[in-house]
Design a protein around this ligand. Structure first.
Ligand code: SAM
Length: 258
């Protein structure tokens, strides 16, 4: 079956998703010692995050199914990057110390997730880690846009597997000591409602925007923008408009962590 290509607007959104200023401090709180460790960043995108991990001394490799992302990762501090489907994971047994999957596993068809997690387990050394970074509907729903436009709630709910789903798949694959840490990544706020609305005005006219906005149809995009015009003023008045996204880090260990 032909591989389904992401929409060009989706790719544009991924390109623009640079790390928030507090990502590194949120990562450090996990207390994972990664200096000198072999890390595979699956679904590495532009390579912004693996680049930060390389800055902490890790030996980082990337994998993505989009050629332009592989190229971008190679131009950063990655030791190498390959174009591949994560579900095939062309990696030798026990050859990695950490597999990092940031906002990628929800793109894998649900029926293939268990196979992928089993493959990640196989690729890790004993004591190695799988680090999943993602969100849940409950955490994502804290965002003001999702609260003011309920259609987005159902989109988010269908996008992200629950933590229970992952915990079940991970323990069935053999992982132990599964720990979840909530994270809120914060960007500089929009200076006012007007500048926040520029983004949804663009969505209404061109269809571009964050992944979950992209799933709105044309009429919904216009309606969402109208709702924002009223509701953002009600919530933020003349003040700055916050930009925060809540998610989690999930760390699972292969074998006994002690
Ligand atoms: C939301 S982006 C996240 C990118 C990066 N991890 C980050 O946080 O910036 C999802 C990435 O996963 C990649 N991807 C999706 N499905 C994939 C698959 N089956 N195999 C490899 N890469 C995949 C996409 O090309 C995209 O780069």
């Amino acid at each position: 079956m032909a591989e389904q290509q992401p929409h060009p607007l989706q790719i544009e959104d991924w390109k623009g998703r640079t790390p928030s200023a507090n990502w590194l401090s949120e990562f450090r709180k996990l207390d994972l010692s990664i200096a000198g460790r072999r890390v595979l960043d699956i679904g590495c995108g532009m390579g912004y995050y693996g680049d930060l991990l390389a800055g902490l001394g890790a030996e980082v490799y990337g994998l993505d199914r989009q050629e332009e992302f592989v190229k971008s990762a190679k131009s950063k501090r990655y030791r190498g990057a390959i174009r591949a489907n994560a579900t095939e994971l062309p990696v030798a047994d026990s050859s990695l110390d950490l597999v990092y999957a940031r906002y990628v596993l929800h793109h894998i068809p649900r029926g293939q997730l268990f196979g992928l997690i089993g493959n990640i387990y196989r690729s890790l050394s004993d004591g190695g880690y799988l680090l999943i970074e993602s969100t849940t509907p409950e955490l994502a729903n804290r965002h003001h846009d999702i609260q003011i436009y309920p259609k987005l709630k159902s989109i988010i709910a269908s996008m992200y597997p629950s933590i229970e789903t992952f915990a079940d798949l991970l323990s069935r694959a053999g992982f132990q000591a599964i720990e979840i840490t909530e994270t809120t990544q914060t960007r500089d706020p929009y200076c006012n409602v007007h500048s926040a609305l520029e983004r949804s005005a663009l969505l209404a006219s061109t269809g571009g925007g964050p992944t979950y906005w992209l799933q709105l149809n044309e009429a919904e995009r216009k309606e969402f923008h109208d709702v924002r015009c009223n509701e953002l003023i009600r919530i933020f008045g003349d003040g700055p408009v916050e930009r925060q996204w809540s998610g989690y880090f999930l760390v699972a260990v292969k074998g006994d962590a002690t």
